[in-house]
Ligand binder design. Structure first.
Ligand SMILES: C[S@@+](CC[C@H](N)C(=O)[O-])C[C@H]1O[C@@H](n2cnc3c(N)ncnc32)[C@H](O)[C@@H]1O
Length: 363
């Protein structure tokens, strides 16, 4: 009996449909990124429906390109098209997703980050064959800028509204300072472009903040961002590999989406443990995933493992690191590694978030 005779035709056709949708998804994402880059979604959100001619004039782009792009976005259902007026509309329901910078549903940063990964595909392919990985320095600026816009939405919408209130003693320290020193000291390890600390410094101006990052170009961006936000009197940023040890003791240490990427996550957790004051708190934000592959099945799991190949695992392996990968720190592994690093308690905070888990960790 041939294999052809035994296959389930309905299943085969459904799978063709799925792959078509995924393939289209990639092209639509590229078009959405162009729309973000050219400011077209924000233009349509601000000034309303437009024909391709009107949009070209308003956005300062070529009409022929505007027309083709608008057609792609209308076919994809991102824009609506009115046949009688030939005008394209960004529906109000789509605005938060495509045009609301740092909003809770904004995808522009995610799209930019993914586009920023495309340039390393050849290096990733080579690593599949020869081992090794892709150094952080190989990534286009779009990756770093997209990452900042992507995680910036967490810090703008969740950090001080949901995450800090979930740890009342940390909130009190940030608000009122701590005994003796009178001021709460906070270190954010793997601070990236600094937006988490900037948000904390804006909300709790009496505390003092320092961000550390191993990737030197992020430090200049973070410093410029804090200057622009007017908080550089209480926030500073330093180039440092945390594994070498933190220079001071802190009341609060944070890592947001950092440990699973690291070359030496165990060494980093040990360094954080040593730098935490005896009554301090370590807030660890990690990926919401399971240690069982089958429990990660679905679109979010597919995104996580793909991003792992395209960045998280591969940048760690580039430096002969542990290469945990995006789904490498599920709750069971967080507990194991924190215990190994000498922490006394690990508590998963009760926040419903399909992407992340926040842990309160104590010495
Ligand atoms: C995925 S990014 C997250 C950045 C930032 N926390 C955010 O949420 O936007 C991880 C960051 O950790 C930094 N990092 C990785 N290993 C580090 C180490 N050993 N010491 C300090 N920073 C490190 C990377 O350079 C990168 O900026």
């Amino acid at each position: 009996m041939t294999q052809q005779a035994t296959i389930d035709q309905t299943k085969a056709e459904a799978f063709v449909g799925k792959v078509l949708a995924d393939t289209t998804g990639m092209t639509v994402t590229l078009m959405a990124h162009l729309g973000d880059r050219l400011g077209i979604f924000k233009e349509l959100a601000a000034n309303g429906p437009a024909t391709s001619d009107q949009l070209a004039g308003r956005a300062g782009i070529n009409e022929r390109y505007a027309r083709e792009w608008l057609s792609a976005m209308a076919c994809a259902g991102y824009l609506e098209y009115d046949t009688s007026s030939s005008r394209f509309t960004l529906p109000a329901e789509h605005t938060p997703v495509l045009a609301q910078e740092y909003g809770p549903f904004f995808f522009g940063g995610t799209h930019q980050m993914l586009v920023g990964m495309l340039g390393v595909l050849d290096k990733v392919e080579r690593a599949f064959r020869d081992g090794g990985g892709v150094p952080q320095s190989a990534y286009h600026d779009h990756f770093w800028c997209g990452l900042e816009r992507f995680t910036g939405a967490w810090f703008e919408n969740l950090l001080v509204d949901a995450w800090i209130p979930a740890v009342p003693d940390v909130q009190a320290k940030l608000q009122n300072g701590v005994a003796v020193a009178n001021v709460c000291s906070v270190a954010d390890v793997g601070c990236g472009w600094g937006r988490a600390l900037i948000k904390l410094a804006q909300t709790y101006p009496n505390s003092r903040y320092v961000g550390y990052d191993i990737f030197e170009p992020t430090i200049a961006e973070a410093a410029a961002n804090s200057e622009k936000a007017g908080v550089s009197d209480r926030v500073s940023f330093k180039h440092l590999d945390v594994v070498e040890g933190l220079p001071e003791q802190y009341d609060v240490i944070t890592t947001f989406d950092v440990i699973h990427d690291m070359v030496n996550p165990r060494g980093a957790l040990r360094a954080i443990r040593q730098a935490l004051k005896p009554d301090g708190t370590y807030l660890l934000l990690e990926i919401n995933c399971s240690d069982k592959l089958e429990e990660n099945f679905g679109p979010i799991g597919a995104l996580f493992y793909s991003v792992s190949v395209l960045y998280c695992m591969s940048t760690s392996l580039a430096e002969n690191g542990e290469g945990l990968g995006t789904c490498g720190l599920p709750p069971s592994k967080v507990r194991e590694l924190c215990e190994e690093a000498g922490f006394g308690s690990v508590r998963q905070l009760p926040l419903e978030n399909p992407f992340n888990i926040l842990y309160e960790i104590k010495p």
